[in-house]
Design a protein around this ligand. Structure first.
Ligand code: PRX
Length: 633
């Protein structure tokens, strides 16, 4: 059994033991899973290459641990409870036994279509059960999944397919999301027309049934390929360090990178963190509202909960459809016990007024979770009072795509809470703060750059196809440390508060975007010479996107120019990356070495020009005045 900590004293003891003997601690956690062969060595690592091996030589299959392992004990318990976008339609459940059969059928269908161990399969799908089923099917046959959030554009999808040289795309015909009817298959067609030569098959799930273009040599219907398959499927025996999945995420430079997670360590850590942070008890109904296109959905809708034998809710829709009471209606309807969402959703619902949340019976809730961005005090209090009725602990969980699982968070009902603090590290996690030179800042009541100084099982192993980029981004900044890119504060009792990114990454509605990535997209507009993008505080989104744009020639119609830029960004990345504000400028403040002074741009974007600091060293100090006077409010 995975250890489930029960009180603060036990947490302190377990934490101390996990740091004193990490190998012993994680070996004990790993022993509750089904291994075809035990590992030879629990941990071998260096942060220089980096080279990280957990449970080396161990053989397993994560889908067997999510499914087969539970059949005797909870085969008839609901594993996935799917709530559709349309509240008038019935919800759908899969017991562990049914899910096992469905996954085996999908796995056999993938094999029949030429997918085998090590092949990459791309997913571009709405939140339907078939997405979870097909992910587990990939895992079962040792194929590597790469899920692309279905809000990304054809161009972004094509970039990711090419980077991972995927052999297959799994998609839907259409996606009903809120009141929108979104063509999914046609975006895939468009992406594949951009030279994705590695794709042999497109497996299309019929979701809405509306007609789609068909490429007979390439496209296959899910309902023709999957249901006729056998309901058992021998699992591929994987090495603990074989790749499980790739998930693309944005950094401060260049194109998004494919973060790689491997089988054994990811399995052990997602299960352990799920059981402990959420304090899941048998029979509980757990709901994480994330999209499986992001890491939260991978780790805490699919893998963590299923490994723990939980009932996990999967929701197709959006928080405001058909009205802003939808989340609470679902909590009431399914008697949800653990509810995990993002601050941006909380703020959006808070802005709609209390009547929506007061309409429903939320007495089943035991605990509430928050993830993806700093939660502001006002949102924390509203969540606590209106949703949790002052009786549900709130776990503010800090982690990243790269960390695979939650690293710093209260354990629900155990760790004393402080609003807006992620509080304490999970067992096995050794966070430190460093200064700009990489010197560790010891003691308490201090602030610095957040690093982790010892490996944990679910950490990234590489960035797909470019190990050097992984080294440069995460391990080169400070020798022997994993650098998170976040700044944090440690209070007098050792509790962590995450301040936010210290690099050129912005967090818009919990979606992570690189400013360079948005700039590259804007620069695709033929009339744009140069651009600079920064984040600014936004009431609902957390951060909004502010773009400064230099046009090649005088702009006759500024509104049209702005609209064209938004269209270009939607085309290149997706609507989530559209700037909220675009200021047309004649120049950008630059240092004598040609570097854009983003500090000044951030200040102007946030509406705070009181103290811009010394601008006299700029190459073009006169531009600051122009930028300030033209600031978009
Ligand atoms: O800046 C931190 C912020 O989100 C970043 C990671 O984004 P992503 O890889 O997309 O993963 C999001 C879901 C795990 C972090 O570097 N972040 C995440 N959780 C929190 C947070 N910031 C403050 N508080 C959090 N609880």
């Amino acid at each position: 059994m995975t250890l489930q900590i029960k009180n603060l004293e036990e947490y302190q003891q377990v934490y101390a033991a996990s740091v004193a003997d990490p190998e012993g601690f994680w070996a004990a956690q790993a022993s509750s899973f089904h291994w075809h062969k035990p590992w030879d060595k629990v941990l071998e690592w260096n942060f220089t290459d980096p080279d990280i091996n957990w449970f080396k030589g161990g053989k397993l299959n994560i889908s067997e641990n999510c499914l087969d392992r539970h059949l005797d004990t909870r085969g008839d318990q609901v594993a996935i409870l799917w709530e559709p976008n349309d509240p008038e339609k019935p919800h759908v459940t899969y017991t562990y036994r049914e899910l096992h059969a469905a996954v085996c059928q999908a796995a056999n269908a993938l094999r029949a279509n030429g997918i085998s161990k090590g092949d990459r399969v791309c997913f571009y799908m709405p939140m339907v059960p078939e997405l979870a089923i097909a992910l587990l099917a990939c895992a079962r046959i040792g194929a590597i999944h790469s899920v692309v959030f279905a809000g990304f554009s054809a161009q972004a999808l094509a970039d990711r397919i090419k980077d991972a040289t995927c052999k297959m795309v799994v998609c839907s015909d259409y996606n009903d999301r809120g009141a929108k009817h979104i063509p999914v298959k046609s975006v895939v067609d468009e992406a594949l027309a951009m030279g994705c030569d590695s794709i042999e098959t497109v497996l299309v799930h019929r979701n809405t049934g509306d007609s789609v273009q068909w490429n007979p040599g390439r496209d296959k219907w899910w309902h023709e390929e999957v249901p006729g398959q056998a309901t058992s499927c021998p699992a591929e025996v994987m090495d603990a360090e074989d790749m499980l999945f790739i998930l693309y995420t944005s950094g401060s430079t260049g194109k998004p990178k494919g973060v790689v997670h491997t089988c054994g360590g990811y399995m052990v850590y997602t299960c352990f963190s799920f059981m402990n942070v959420f304090q899941y008890q048998p029979g509980d109904i757990y709901w994480c509202t994330a999209d499986i296109g992001w890491i939260t959905g991978h780790s805490y809708i699919v893998y963590g909960p299923l490994l723990a034998g939980a009932t996990t809710v999967m929701f197709e829709g959006v928080p405001t459809y058909p009205d802003p009471g939808r989340f609470w209606e679902i909590c009431d309807k399914h008697q949800v016990n653990q509810f995990y969402t993002a601050p941006t959703a909380i703020r959006a619902l808070m802005a709609q007024g209390d009547q929506w949340v007061e309409k429903y019976d939320l007495s089943s809730l035991h605990m509430l979770g928050s993830v993806g961005e700093p939660i502001n005090e006002e949102a924390w209090k509203w969540y606590n009072e209106k949703v949790g009725k002052n009786r549900c602990p709130i776990v503010d969980t800090w982690w990243q795509t790269e960390t695979g699982g939650i690293l710093i968070s209260p354990l629900a009902g155990i760790t004393p809470l402080i609003p807006c603090f992620a509080t304490l590290p999970l067992p096995g996690i050794q966070p430190i703060l460093v200064d700009a030179e990489g010197q560790e800042i010891e003691g308490n009541d201090v602030e610095g750059l957040l690093c982790i100084k010892f490996p944990w099982p679910s950490m990234l192993r590489t960035t797909y196809g470019d190990h050097e980029r992984c080294r440069q981004t995460y391990f080169a900044p400070f020798p022997n440390r994993y650098f998170t890119g976040d700044g944090a504060r440690r209070d007098k009792n050792g509790n962590y508060r995450i301040i936010g990114r210290v690099d050129d990454v912005i967090n818009v509605s919990g979606h992570r975007l690189g400013t360079a990535e948005v700039e590259n997209a804007i620069n695709q507009h033929p009339g744009v010479v140069e651009s600079a993008v920064v984040g600014f505080p936004h009431d609902i989104k957390g951060q909004g996107i502010y773009a400064y744009v230099i046009a090649g020639s005088p702009v006759a119609d500024e509104d049209l120019f702005r609209k064209e830029i938004l269209d270009v960004v939607s085309r290149e990345i997706g609507p989530i990356a559209k700037p909220d504000k675009i200021q047309i400028v004649s120049g950008l403040p630059k240092t004598r070495s040609g570097k854009i002074m983003r500090r000044i741009l951030r200040k102007v974007a946030s509406g705070d020009t009181s103290n811009l600091g010394d601008v006299s060293t700029l190459l073009n100090p006169e531009i600051v005045e122009e930028i300030m006077s033209g600031a978009q409010s």
